[in-house]
Design a binder for this molecule. Structure first.
Ligand SMILES: Cc1cc2nc3c(=O)[nH]c(=O)nc-3n(C[C@H](O)[C@H](O)[C@H](O)COP(=O)(O)O)c2cc1C
Length: 197
């Protein structure tokens, strides 16, 4: 009985440490924080800093720049919203996978993000062209070494915007009817790069 009790206490201790176990499989150390501790202003983060949406497997993935999105709280979970037009190559990967990642960078990487938002992974090895390094997370999800913050998200709801639901029609945004698909992902991990390296 005493043995079982000690084992249970040990397991609980291990599980409670899980949140802050750093990823150290490559050169940078990323530490997991609670989503409530994300230090950024979210509007600024999306609209001005931009992000890379990445989906796929370590062997085959794609990434694209996005500036439309949101972070918040829904169905009692921390969530991230992003919006992908169906003609993006990334769309195929986001559709096929259960997870996607959002990577955020400091200003130094603005040209890399501009490139990933200008060319398609169908035509160019964007990651190489942009000078980025894929980071395979413990879960197998793909993000980038150069990111300062990575959100790992599990898809929980997706839908296309439909024209009849618009109250203020976004006709200038969708002249050809290529409505974005909305992806709501439960944030399962927030990884912050450890700056003390
Ligand atoms: C600043 C910026 C923000 C963008 N935001 C979005 C977005 O929120 N959703 C989207 O579908 N495309 C967005 N794009 C366009 C895609 O990043 C772009 O079409 C990219 O080349 C798609 O790459 P892919 O075909 O490899 O997926 C944005 C581009 C830039 C430069």
């Amino acid at each position: 009985m005493k043995k079982i009790l000690s084992y249970t206490v040990l397991m609980l201790a291990v599980l409670s440490c899980r949140q802050n176990t750093p990823i150290t499989n490559t050169m940078n150390v990323f530490t997991s924080i609670d989503s409530r501790e994300i230090p950024d202003n979210v509007v600024h983060l999306m609209a001005d800093d931009w992000m890379l949406i990445t989906a796929g497997t370590p062997a085959r993935f794609n990434t694209m720049t996005a500036s439309w999105g949101a972070l918040g709280h829904l169905w009692n979970r921390p969530v991230a919203f992003c919006f992908i037009r169906p003609q993006r190559y990334t769309f195929e990967f986001a559709e096929a996978q259960d997870y996607f990642t959002l990577s955020f960078f400091d200003e130094t990487y603005r040209p890399a993000l501009a490139l990933c938002g200008r060319v398609s992974g169908r035509d160019v090895d964007k990651v190489k062209e942009a000078g980025l390094t894929p980071r395979i997370l413990e879960s197998g999800n793909v993000a980038f070494e150069e990111a300062r913050m990575i959100l790992e998200c599990r898809k929980i709801y997706t839908d296309f915007f439909s024209p009849e639901q618009f109250i203020d029609p976004a006709t200038d945004i969708y002249p050809s009817g290529d409505f974005h698909k909305m992806y709501i992902g439960e944030i399962i991990n927030v990884w912050i790069k450890d700056n003390d390296q």
